[in-house]
Design a protein around this ligand. Structure first.
Ligand code: ADP
Length: 173
């Protein structure tokens, strides 16, 4: 696995010039707050129109749409688990989100993808634990299927940025 493929940056996901950005959506796929709200606002109303045709999304699954007014050509919508203390398969569900997003992206021939920190906002998943899962899933996927040129974790605050960096540096010194 080439560590250079994985980037961790501080910023907003809507500005990312990548083939696909990932949306931390909710089960309805009809928009929400946080990163979901920011993506719909930047993409324009056609995104919601397409999302209405998808009949929602189960937790851990991923569905793809166009990016409309975004610099990214595609948006991959996934629904992370709500944190309920950690004994309700939250870890497994979060891992599934990353895996399914990467699988959908690989099927489309996507080479560059940006992730937000799924579930660590309104869904209250602990950031260090989420970072561990996110980095592990991406590294495992790349080891198995080295089909991406760049995978970016776009961190919206310092706590997220330092957690993701700590985990990546520990995994790949
Ligand atoms: P969830 O419901 O999955 O927890 P949130 O959108 O509430 O989703 O939060 C997920 C993460 O996305 C949080 O770290 C939040 O700070 C971050 N976030 C919010 N807006 C943006 C944005 N424009 N770009 C990247 N990350 C964002």
């Amino acid at each position: 696995m080439d560590k250079q493929i994985i980037k961790i940056i501080k910023g907003g996901i809507t500005e990312q010039k990548v083939d696909a950005i990932v949306n931390a959506a909710n089960n309805s796929l009809l928009g929400g707050g946080g990163v979901d709200g920011a993506i719909h606002k930047a993409a324009g109303p056609k995104l919601l129109e397409e999302c209405r045709t998808l009949n929602g999304c189960a937790t851990g699954e991923a569905k793809i749409t166009q990016g409309y007014n975004l610099p990214a050509k595609w948006v991959i919508h996934t629904v992370g688990p709500v944190w309920h203390g950690g004994n309700n398969d939250e870890d497994g569900m979060l891992a599934k989100c990353y895996r399914n997003c990467l699988t959908v992206a690989a099927e489309k021939g996507i080479k560059t993808i940006a992730f937000p920190s799924i579930s660590t906002g309104a869904y209250h998943f602990p950031i260090p634990r989420a970072a561990e899962i996110a980095i592990n899933e991406v590294i495992d996927f790349l080891n198995d299927r080295p089909v991406f040129d760049r995978i970016v974790f776009v961190c919206f605050n310092d706590e997220t940025f330092s957690s993701f960096n700590r985990v990546l540096n520990a995994r790949v010194p």
